[in-house]
Design a protein around this ligand. Sequence first.
Ligand code: UT7
Length: 331
Amino acid sequence: MRKPQPLVEIVGTGRYLPDCVLTNDDLAKRVETSDEWIHTRTGIRERRIAPEGVNAADMGAAAAQRAMECAQVDPGEIDVIILSTATPDRWLPSTACDTQALLGCTNAFAFDVMAACTGFLYALNVAEGYLMAGRGEVALVVATEKMSSITDWSDRKTCVLFGDGAGAVVLRKSNGSGRGILSSHLRSDGNLADLLYRPGGGCTEPVSQALLDNGRHLIRMEGREIFKNAVRSMAEACDVALQQAGLTADDVDLLIPHQANVRIIEATAKYAGIDMERVYVNVDRYGNMSSASVPVGLDEAVEKSLIGPESNVLTVAFGAGLTWGAMALRW
Ligand code: UT7
């Protein structure tokens, strides 16, 4: 198969993690759980929690600032900001616009993408299409999640899983170097929406005292069903994205998967034929940061020199919607 010529490349990465660490032992003081259960079942040891007053736009802007510095791009050069979040600061306007204001990207237009944990890949895909269409030169993609704000802290089945954080990348049209996005495979299945959702707070069930009393504005999840779907979907997405990129599993230098559960990551990697030495894992330190997981992993991997010039990187994610997808990149 002919290898695709990348047209758009990532030229800068950044991340922001709040300082406050919440350990499994801390959680065991709130709900009936233990470090042993959480670590054995999920791989998580601790997660970060954003304090009051630090919200999705603040974290997104901090990550974006670093990505822009890394890319040596001024705020005024950004043509579009595409922001993924499941935890918008407010329902109106978009968190992308609030982030734009914090960054001073006055020449950009900005909008949110909502695809839960897969949101970074969706946003990256939209940004790639925008640049490929010749509509702009520089795009900023941000994924920022304050999951602690929609977590039911009395539900041990979900509250042990999530954490807060943000990641960002700057994209440019490729200069023919061969670096950039090689392939992209995105899917969704709305029939399975109720496996992972927040039932209330939207227009079908507007905010009311009863809704708040019953916690219907908080996350609910059928963990086992999500687990099965996640492994199957992510393994399939890896295969398709690699095939479209003209690569095999052996060509992958680093797989950066969504970080929900280390058992899901291990099973996905096994099905995809990629040994764990070539898989990036930070779920132990941050838990599940929804769409921020992949760009935070990407930025850490760059910083640790786990990927460098010519590396083949595979990213894959899965989340509410259900949504899932994978993208192959040449670094
Ligand atoms: O971001 C994408 C979306 N999210 C995911 O991908 C998460 C997918 N799901 C998972 O990661 C796993 O299903 C969980 C980590 C959520 C749960 O692990 P599991 O191995 O599927 O456990 P389970 O739900 O089958 O529960 C096993 C037992 C139950 O007790 P019984 O019924 O066997 O007596 C639960 O009540 O573990 C109990 N349990 C807990 N015990 C201690 C559930 N949560 C906890 C807890 N501490 N935090």
